[in-house]
Design a binder for this molecule. Structure first.
Ligand SMILES: Nc1nc2c(ncn2[C@@H]2O[C@H](COP(=O)(O)OP(=O)(O)OP(=O)(O)O)[C@@H](O)[C@H]2O)c(=O)[nH]1
Ligand SMILES: [Mg+2]
Length: 370
């Protein structure tokens, strides 16, 4: 499959979006997984000129792609004069290097793509530092042994200059020193956070945390429930920084409510690690509002992804399943959906973008006591 876009090709290298259907992929609807990948690329502000789907029966440990598929991709890239390949999967440093060497293009893996989005979306000092640490950790593994010619070309995604050139000269040790320095600064911020948290716990104010898959509608909900003005848009990872507001229902204070970073399938571990301190807030939540986009065909997989990440973070707290975007289902779909969600308790079904639509959540919170 190829998909041509109207692009100004002078502004960016000829780019291929390489969609992999991997044997480990649990997605029921592979097209929706690919659409999510295209959305990730779009959310990063990157353009791609072609898209190619490759179905893998197995993962080759060294090159990720099996030899036949690797050759197919190489031929495609040569024919279309492609300079940069963005791949839907996370790769090891070795796999990335081997593919680059074989096809002669820059390869950007899923981890790098998400890191790039995070880098752009982080606004708070802490968020920026957390992303920077993850970014440097990733870069560190990619420096060793990289062919100089590719390293010179490498920039941030879509821009073939700048960043790579300076990184090329910097040694691993320099990066490690930088990571240590940022980690020390982060540690100071975390100490402050611990103090604030202790005060909050002592004051016994209930704390609700909005969690869930990216783009599910978490920020839309906090905006609707409070006077927050968190950016809510149809973009993956619009929110990186935690926002906390007081929550009033019918004039009665219910506690605090926080909006948090969204999750995604195959979220780079480095990023979970980097955000562990921010996400550790979830350990102290009185209630997790797990927001799910019910119009996404993969909503069940998304719930599983969130469950797995919570397990990884060792967060085991009361959950309210908030099935959102009900307005995007027609009557028939809604009837089927209502049966499918029976296993998820307690739950509400809402449409956060309208006043009557969000009422079931407000009704739940009205009778909720932390
Ligand atoms: N139709 C419809 N759209 C909604 C609803 N709730 C949210 N949206 C839209 O979904 C998109 C994502 O909403 P956000 O609130 O930014 O989602 P989020 O979970 O905060 O996303 P990230 O911060 O990127 O993880 C926006 O375009 C919203 O307007 C809803 O109930 N119905
Ligand atoms: Mg958000």
């Amino acid at each position: 499959m190829t998909r041509a876009q109207n692009l100004d090709t002078r502004a960016h290298p000829e780019t291929l979006a390489l969609c992999i259907q991997a044997p480990y992929n649990k997605t029921k609807n592979i097209q929706s997984y690919f659409d999510e990948f295209f959305n990730l690329i779009k959310s990063n502000g990157t353009l791609y000129d072609h898209a190619l789907i490759v179905k893998l029966r197995e993962i080759h440990p060294n090159t990720f792609l099996t030899p036949g598929k690797l050759e197919e991709v190489r031929e495609f890239c040569a024919e279309k004069n492609i300079k940069q390949v963005i791949i839907s999967e996370p790769l090891t440093a070795q796999q990335e290097r081997k593919i680059e060497d074989y096809i002669g293009c820059i390869v950007v893996d899923r981890t790098m793509l998400i890191l790039d989005i995070f880098k752009k979306a982080a606004h708070s000092a802490e968020g920026k530092m957390q992303v920077e640490v993850a970014y440097l950790e990733h870069k560190k593994t990619r420096l060793a042994g990289k062919g100089i010619h590719l390293e010179q070309q490498r920039g941030t995604i879509g821009v073939m200059s700048g960043f790579g050139e300076t990184l090329k000269e910097k040694e691993k040790r320099f990066i490690e020193n930088l990571i240590n320095k940022i980690n020390r600064q982060l540690h100071q911020l975390q100490t402050r956070r611990d103090t604030q948290r202790k005060q909050r716990i002592a004051s016994k104010v209930p704390h609700l945390c909005l969690i869930g898959y990216t783009n599910a509608g978490k920020s839309t909900i906090i905006n609707a429930l409070t006077k927050a003005s968190v950016l809510a848009e149809d973009k993956l990872f619009a929110t990186l920084d935690t926002t906390t507001r007081e929550l009033y229902i019918d004039g009665a204070k219910k506690g605090l409510i926080s909006d948090t970073v969204g999750f995604i399938q195959y979220l780079p571990h480095k990023l979970i690690d980097a955000f562990k301190s921010t996400l550790s807030e979830l350990q102290y939540a009185s209630l997790l509002l797990h927001v799910i986009d019910c119009a996404d065909p993969d909503w069940q997989v998304h719930i599983e992804v969130v469950h797995e990440i919570l397990q990884d973070l060792e967060v085991d707290k009361p959950v309210l399943y908030v099935f959102n975007k009900a307005d995007r289902l027609n009557e028939e779909e809604l009837a089927t959906f209502n049966v499918a969600i029976e296993a998820y308790e307690p739950r509400v079904l809402i449409a956060a973008t309208s006043k009557p639509g969000i009422e079931p959540l407000i009704a739940y919170l009205r009778t909720w006591h932390g």
